[in-house]
Design a protein around this ligand. Sequence first.
Ligand SMILES: Cc1cc2nc3c(=O)[nH]c(=O)nc-3n(C[C@H](O)[C@H](O)[C@H](O)COP(=O)(O)O)c2cc1C
Length: 167
Amino acid sequence: MELKDAIFKRRSIRRFKEKPVEKHILMQLVKYGMYAPTARNTRSWHFYIVSNRDKLDEVAKKHPYAGMLKTAGGAILVCGDKSIEPMDGYLALNCANACENIMLGALEHNLGTCWIAVYPREERIKLISGIFSLPENHLPIALLAVGYPDEEKPIPERFEKEKISIV
Ligand SMILES: Cc1cc2nc3c(=O)[nH]c(=O)nc-3n(C[C@H](O)[C@H](O)[C@H](O)COP(=O)(O)O)c2cc1C
């Protein structure tokens, strides 16, 4: 798939076929994430590959906007590592870059993804840290649901010329 097609075709997928995503594919997606740019090239992140059905169901039950995990075949929890980068803002930016790489790369494997918000909401950081027993230095930024799509979404028109200034 050409990069521009992936950019335009990526949509949040919230209905998946109930089929696990192979571990080696989740690993490959994490590898895409690790090639994202980071401030000072700190690569200040840690990735949790989640295949455990009970964990996916637990998040779906306790997080208000994570219902799609009931059918997702896996997930990737993207955390910032505070022991490498002390500023939360940089952790969030670095991890967001990794997330976009993962979401675009997933299309190459015919997978859909959906970003589940964690950072910066304190109650969700607490919730996710508890469910995954995260060490102190891992700040959960986003949980990405991954799975084989059971819905199709069109490419929306999003080009907004008025949001561009040529200076
Ligand atoms: C920071 C962030 C937080 C998000 N949180 C959630 C979430 O908790 N649950 C969800 O279903 N979608 C979530 N989304 C997905 C957005 O709703 C989605 O990207 C947006 O509506 C645009 O749709 P598209 O991804 O299909 O282009 C989040 C996206 C971002 C970037």
